[in-house]
Design a protein around this ligand. Structure first.
Ligand code: GLU
Length: 481
């Protein structure tokens, strides 16, 4: 068995699309799961779509996600160069061999692609093979005159069948396939040609790519056959749909990997989520590191039905990553946000501990902690809570009880405070929720806080706690009496 070799072959046309990242990830996982090699190849022969800086985005994304290639333009390897625009001669050489074998021909018609009329027609016209009928002498004369030309693949008669590991058996009538352009008049290959040549020359054993390439695969196979080369295994990946059920695409403004990072998703959470778009891991497990994914990745888990990009799920996953993150790492990331929200002396590490299990995005921290320096103005309606069985009257008695028993709250530490306050509630014939909800509201002025009443007391300290309780009593009395 030859060593498994996969490749990620992006075209540098802009940002890293989610679908591309998924392809890169699956190719990496498949290679790693088989102890094989993962190759990066830059497919930049479409100069019209080439975008400055796009290659760096590819490198940066791979680096950020930890998808490390074994061979490629920046790390070298036995098949260098790995940038297609630097391999022009290989493609020309191969195209000439195809002409010699009668599997390709020069076309001087001046059509790189189908004309506008053909594009707009319901049944796009195929190239009519006019140049196939040129005699040797006519071709030589055209070349002598320096007429520009393209090289086209000559599609033979018959039908082409192949097996895709995800989509199964696929058969196409060759009559439906056009004599596609292999080499353009600028001497550069089309993607359709270069990918075949490179996959062969780079010994790629498994080709993974989006299912939009399924229909082109027969013509690639005809090229492999014309050369007498082995055909790689194919693993086409399902569509990714946006939340409206449309195909996820840059053109529709759907997010790229970079957009996700800018929106506050962690690279590792985004990568983990992308893995789940089309692959069902064993045991329905959902949270994985890259290494863990590589251990269990299996092509049988890839589905052919489209998967939907679900921001809610990704947001949940992001929160899980914060929860599971090493505390020091989280503290480093959260610190600037905490510092913006809290100018006073509250313990910032404690604040980080509190918010760590509650944030989906770091930017939520500021709002979560906006009560720490001073209780924000609030409405006494906040004391009314059906489930907690509270209202301003019960709150007033609860807060007065706490104030009057301040002497019993000797140790200002969460567990001791909890014990003392629940004992006090029992003595006063109140529910714990009535007393604790009232204290929490008085201390924070908010319906949700990153921790419970007694943790808040510990955080604020004795002086601040009783100051806020006193202020709340005054406020409640003012409204009730
Ligand atoms: N350059 C192609 C793209 O970016 C790669 C397709 C393939 O993997 O063969 O879509």
């Amino acid at each position: 068995m030859p060593q498994v070799r996969t490749r990620f072959a992006p075209s540098p046309t802009g940002s890293m699309h989610i679908g591309n990242l998924r392809t890169a990830l699956y190719e990496y996982l498949y290679a790693k799961s088989k102890g094989g090699a993962f190759v990066l190849r830059i497919e930049d022969t479409d100069r019209a779509r080439y975008t400055e800086g796009a290659v760096d985005i590819i490198y940066d994304t791979l680096r950020l996600t930890g998808i490390k290639h074994d061979e490629g333009p920046d790390v070298g390897g036995p098949y260098a160069p790995y940038v297609q625009s630097e391999r022009k001669n290989e493609y020309l050489f191969c195209a000439e061999r195809l002409i010699e074998r009668g599997a390709a021909y020069r076309c001087f018609c001046g059509k790189e692609e189908k004309g506008e009329d053909a594009k707009n027609a319901e049944q796009p016209a195929k190239y009519d093979r006019r140049c196939l009928r040129l005699s040797k002498e006519e071709i030589a004369a055209n070349l002598e005159r320096g007429l520009p030309y393209v090289i086209r693949q000559l599609i033979p008669e018959g039908r082409t069948a192949f097996r895709d590991e995800v989509f199964g058996e696929i058969t196409v009538e060759n009559a439906e396939i056009e004599d596609q352009v292999l080499i353009k008049s600028d001497g550069l290959p089309t993607y359709n040609f270069a990918n075949v040549i490179d996959d062969h020359l780079m010994d790629i054993t498994h080709v993974m790519r989006g299912c939009e390439y399924l229909s082109s695969t027969p013509k690639y196979n005809l090229l492999y056959e014309a050369f007498g080369w082995d055909i790689p295994a194919y693993i086409h990946l399902p569509l990714i749909l946006n939340e409206n059920g449309e195909k996820l695409s840059k053109r529709c403004g759907d997010a790229s990997f970079n957009d996700l990072i800018e929106r506050g998703f962690l690279p590792e959470a985004a990568l983990n989520y992308v893995a789940l778009l089309g692959w069902a891991p064993p045991d329905n497990r959902e949270i994985f590191t890259l290494e863990e994914m590589a251990e269990v990745f299996d092509v049988n888990g890839i589905s052919k039905s489209p998967s939907k990009f679900d921001y809610k799920k990704l947001t949940w996953l992001n929160g899980e990553y914060f929860k599971n993150m090493d505390f020091e790492k989280f503290f480093g990331m959260a610190f600037p946000y905490i510092e913006r929200a809290v100018k006073g002396g509250a313990d910032k590490r404690k604040l980080a501990e509190m918010v760590k299990t509650r944030v989906s995005f770091l930017r939520e921290i500021e709002e979560m902690l906006d009560f720490v320096d001073a209780a924000p103005p609030y409405d006494t309606a906040l004391y009314t809570h059906k489930k907690m069985k509270t209202n301003p009257e019960t709150a007033l008695s609860a807060l007065e009880a706490v104030r009057d028993n301040a002497g019993r709250l000797a140790v200002f530490e969460n567990a001791a405070l909890y014990e003392a306050l629940t004992a006090l509630a029992a003595e006063k014939g109140m529910k714990n929720s009535q007393l604790l909800w009232s204290v929490r509201t008085a201390l924070s002025g908010k319906p949700t806080t990153p921790c419970g009443a007694t943790e808040l007391m510990e955080l604020l300290g004795r002086g601040e706690t009783f100051g806020r309780i006193e202020a709340a009593i005054t406020k409640l009395k003012g409204e009730l009496c």
